[in-house]
Structures are given as C-alpha cells and as structure tokens.
Design a protein around this ligand. Sequence first.
Ligand SMILES: [Zn+2]
Length: 542
Amino acid sequence: MEKGLKMSQRARLFFLILSIILMAACSGNLPSLQLGVIGPTVTSNQNPSPTFTPFGPKADIATDPPTTAATQINTSTFTMQPANTPTMMPTLTQATLTDTILPPAITLTPGTAPAFVPSKYTMSVMMDYAGHILNADETIHYVNSTGGNLNDLVLAVEPNLWKGCFVPSGLTVNGQAISNFTLTDDRLEIPLPAPFPPDGALDLFMHFDLHLPAADVYHVFGYNDYQTNLIDWYPFIVPYIPGQGWLLHPIAKVGEHLAYDVESIDMTLHMTDPNFHGIVAASAPAQTITFGWRYRMESVRSFVFSVSSDYQMASTKVNGVTIKSYFFNSESAQGQTVLGEVAKAVTTFDTLFGPDPYASLSIVESPFYDGLEYDGLFFLSRDFYTAENGTVLNNLIDIGVHETAHQWWFGSVGNDQAMEPWLDEALATYSERLFYEQNYPEVNAWQAFRIDAYNPTGWVDTDIYHGVGFRTYANAVYLRGAQFLQALRGRVGDAVFFAFLKDYATQLAGKRATSADFFRILRQHTSADISDLISEYFQNPH
Ligand SMILES: [Zn+2]
C-alpha cells in the first residue's frame, strides 16, 4: 500500500510536468527536428516518440473519432520518476513532417508476388512487473518468399523510440553471431553474411531487455498506475515489397505508421515474482504452464498483452469467439455494457464480413485518450467508461464497435497504415454505421453525431504525412471515407455492396490490401460508373 501510494504521487507529479510541457508544446515553440531522407535507408539522429491522439481538444471527447497520432510532446528536458525509468524521446513537429516526409506510394501488381510464408516467432518472456522490466529471448524463423536474394533483414523495433528502453544482446543468424547491425530509431538493419536465396529459411535469435517507460494519456506502451501494456514490443521483420524493399515508414504527427505481415506466435510468459497475483489480457487465450502462461496464435499481425493486479474480468461467447472485458472495479457496470455491445458487433460483422479471424477478443480499459486496435485485443480510454451515459450512442459503445471492426479491417485484411490508412479506418468507421443499422434504430443519430457534426472535407486517400493535424486527418480519412462508402453503397445497391465487402474480406484475409485491390475486387462485382464518386473523394484516381 505504501509503495503504491508513493507511485501514485509520482505519477501525479509526472502528469503535472507533462501537462506543463504539453501546454508549452501547443504554443508552437518546440524546436524543429531534422529528419533524414525517407526511403529504405531512412532515418534520423533524433528518436521520435510515437504518441496517440487524444480526441482532439478535451471538450470534443464526446464526439471525436478515434485514431492514433503523434502529439507535440518534448520530454527531453526532464527526468521521470522513479529513477531508471526510460525517458521518452523528443518527438516530431508538424512543420518538419509535412515538409520532409514523402515516402513513395506502395503498389502491388496482383498475381505476381510469390506465395508468402508467415514467419514463426518463438519467445520466452520474463516479466518483473513491479520493476517494469521485461527480459525476452526471441527466435524468428523466416522464409525468404520475396522471390529474390536478400542481403539484409529489416526489423521494426518500436521500443527503441524510448531512450534507454530497448537493450539487445546475443544476436545471431543461424547460430552465427552478428555484431555489425545498425539500430536507428525503430529501424534495425541486420546485414546477412551471404546472399539469402529465394525460398531459403533462417533462424534469427536475439535476447532483449525492455526497461519499460511510464505511459501517459497519449501512450499505451509501458506502465501506469493500473497496468502494464506491451504493444509493438518485440522486434519484428517488416514486410518486403519486391522491387521496392523493406516496408518501414517513419512515424508522423497523426496516424499509425506500421505495416505488418501475418506471423505465428508461440510465447511463454513468466513473472519474476512467484507471488505476483495479476491478470494477463492477451491477443490469444492462455494455456497455464508451470508458474506461467503459454500463448500460441496463427496469422496474427502483432501479439500484445496487458498485465494488471487490479483487473476485473467478464466474458461471453458468440459464434465461437470468446470475448473478455477487462476493466477496473469502479467501472464494472460499463465493463459489462461494452462486453455486451461488442458481442453484438462480432455477430453483426461475422454475418456481413465473414467469420471473426481470431478465436478470442479482449477489451481492455486503459487510462489514455483513445481507442487502439490490435489483433484479438483492443484498448479503450477510461474516459469512455466514466462518461458512459446509458444510451447506445456514446464513445464507449461506438469506439468499442470501431475497434472490433478492426479485427477484420487491420487484423485479417492488413494494409499499409501509413500510406493508405483509409483502407482500415474508413471501413472501421463505416462498420460502426452497419452495427447501428443492424442493432438499433439510432443510425441517423449516429450519422449526425459521428460524421455530419464535423462537416468533413479532405481526400479519403490522404496519407499520414499529409494529414496536417488530427482533426483534418480524421475528417478526411475516417469521416469522408465513411461518406464515400455510403455513397458507393447507394450507387451499386445493397446486394452488390455487401457481396463485394465480404469478397474483399475473404480474398485479402491474411494479406495486405492496397487501394488497387479494393477497386479491382469492387469491379468484379459491378460495372456501375463510379468515376464521379472517385473524383469527389479521391485525390489519386483508381
Ligand atoms: Zn480505427
């Protein structure tokens, strides 16, 4: 109790300092950071910090759409408590981003890529919950399905965006020690001793320690007073585009920058404290093993978990999917409410898009400002719980449904979130409408609350580097995206529209979709002239 009280006091001090810094940041007085040239060999000497967007100004929380985005935090000038806690890196400024980042658009020619073989990730993890430290052994079995020789591997290492967080050691490829790797920002480049031929396989091993950062209202990763969240926490091999190279974009002020292939996970988790009595929420159900848990999951883009000694949990099962709601004691009623609505959403989306890609789905309450999706697990802002008002049109339900839809649009059907974020965000937003249509009479109220209130403008195919700010980005990608889908549905009719959606979800399950895929499959279902809609909503015609 004593220790917990002190931590709470420290946390309050931290948030106070952060608030002061945020106010300073909003004044626009941050120094501009220099980014390097963007491309396969990118990088910056400064390590930007990925941050999640709040619902715009706090006053907009009731109606703002969710997303993640960078905020203008510069925490480089203070040290967080307790000692030994990693400090966040200084982050990007808007001017720098809009001026310097222009990654090339990624397009794939259908039918030309070799058969993709998912990598196998085997991890043994030891967690010191009280000390905020993770030790992990990670082996990646990687098959070269790029169709050509590879001279290097590129991994995304998101924890390295926090200073002092990520400490690797013992890196080997097929047992051969590798010491000449480079790690800059979140990009780990591993030169291979010899050209790695098509269809060859290798085993990449590394040990790493994570000295977890204190999370704040803009970050889920790390620990807070209630829980420890492990998202994008292990190094993973990024997708490779034949002819273009490794697909790892820099972070931006708004939106999510990562693209993932699917992979398989076999992970064990143990606690250093044998007396730790906590609950683990994870992307997959746990198998209890001696003093720990084992998780296995196929076709997952990123395996995440969250640990707390305070979780309450409620669960239900629909269409073979076990849904668990993890919440804190004071929000038990809301935790039950969101469980029931997410169960309805899973049923609705099963019918419209095809079966849920995962056997389980965990809803995790977290003290940050947004909703954030991963495979088989998503986080929802504690603010949504405390503001829940007993109606069906509130953020707890609407954003809960949105993140549920991401199980299909992000999880099953992947995409390049940096360059074509509309593919998952417009579909997830429009899926909210479909949920209300199917379950409640409030669909027009949803339209007014979620879309029309913002009178949105902007191109649906805006990338995260041209989003300008959170509101303009969300209006263009999420809201105009949902308007486009509604207009498309009106043009082609319900039968064609829903047959297309299900076909798109089926054909691209486990793959990364592009806008070209979206329109190619659409045109397999209709010959309707939609050129006026394309011109109205898209900057780059398809
Ligand atoms: Zn979303």
